[in-house]
Structures are given as structure tokens and as C-alpha cells.
Write a new protein. Structure first.
Length: 156
């Protein structure tokens, strides 16, 4: 079994200036994957999730399932783009995605392999946090700093 850092590097994750944490902690995020061009005249649904495994050992299962979910996203109608932020030593994994509407997001969440991965990992996960908001197409893709601020506000 690969360790969490090897898995992250396997997915070609990189450190971003916009999400650089304090010294002594490693935060990596995947490149934003664009599947549809934004229409500046419409609103989209932005969605950020905090998926905290109870143990670092759960990371391997999380990433193994994430490969399948990433493929699912590539074939899903209504997804505009997505990215993953990971801090393996802190047991923190955050996803950020943009959707054409709530119906597309809900359909994705209720379809395999995503639905099956959520069920399989549930016993190994601490409480998750989900935040969705309306995002204007004219604003470009959602910013990680804004998404993380919204997550922090939802936890308090």
C-alpha cells in the first residue's frame, strides 16, 4: 500500500501560493479541471466539501476511490470544474467544484461510484462539512480562499 504522500504525488498535485499554509504543514492542491466554459451571464452552484478521515490509514482508500470519482466527474453532465486540496498529515481533504445547477450536483452525488464511495468510507470519516452557494459566471472559477473561509464559517 502506498503512503499518503506517494499517492498525492501520483496524482500530480502541486503547492499553490493561494493556499500556502503556515510553516511546518504541507498543503497541496490539484489543478482546477475545467469541463465547461463559464457563461458570464449566468449563475452556477459552487460546492465545497471537507472530508476528514478519522485515521491517516483511511487516506489510501479515499484516494483509490477518488480515481473512479474523478473519471465519473469527467463524464457527468452539469459539472463545470473541480479541484482537490489535501493536507494528509492533518487528515484534511477538501473538494471544490462548480455545477450548472443543484440538480446536476445531486444526480452526481447519488450515482455510483461517488455514492458507493461515500457509503464505503462513512465508518472511517469524521463529521463532514458541505457548503454550497450561488456563484456568478462573470466571477470566474471559485477561489480556494473564499471556499475555505465559507467552510470555516460553517463549522462555527
Amino acid at each position: 500500500m502506498l503512503n499518503p504522500h506517494a499517492l498525492l504525488h501520483h496524482y500530480v498535485l502541486y503547492q499553490s501560493e493561494a493556499t500556502r499554509p503556515a510553516k511546518g504543514s504541507r498543503r497541496m492542491k490539484s489543478r482546477w479541471k475545467t469541463l465547461q466554459q463559464l457563461d458570464p451571464d449566468r449563475e452556477y452552484v459552487a460546492f465545497v466539501t471537507d472530508i476528514p478521515p478519522k485515521r491517516r490509514a483511511s487516506t489510501s482508500r479515499l484516494f483509490a476511490g477518488a480515481r473512479q470519482v474523478r473519471r465519473q466527474l469527467g463524464k457527468t453532465d452539469g459539472v463545470v470544474g473541480f479541484s482537490l486540496l489535501a493536507r494528509p498529515m492533518a487528515k484534511q481533504y477538501v473538494t471544490l467544484s462548480l455545477w450548472t445547477d443543484d440538480e446536476a450536483l445531486t444526480a452526481f452525488a447519488r450515482t455510483r461510484p461517488h455514492q458507493q464511495l461515500m457509503a464505503d468510507l462513512a465508518p472511517d470519516m469524521a463529521p463532514t462539512t458541505f457548503v454550497r452557494w450561488k456563484h456568478p459566471g462573470a466571477g470566474g472559477r471559485p477561489a480556494w480562499n473564499d471556499a475555505l473561509r465559507r467552510l470555516d464559517a460553517a463549522r462555527t
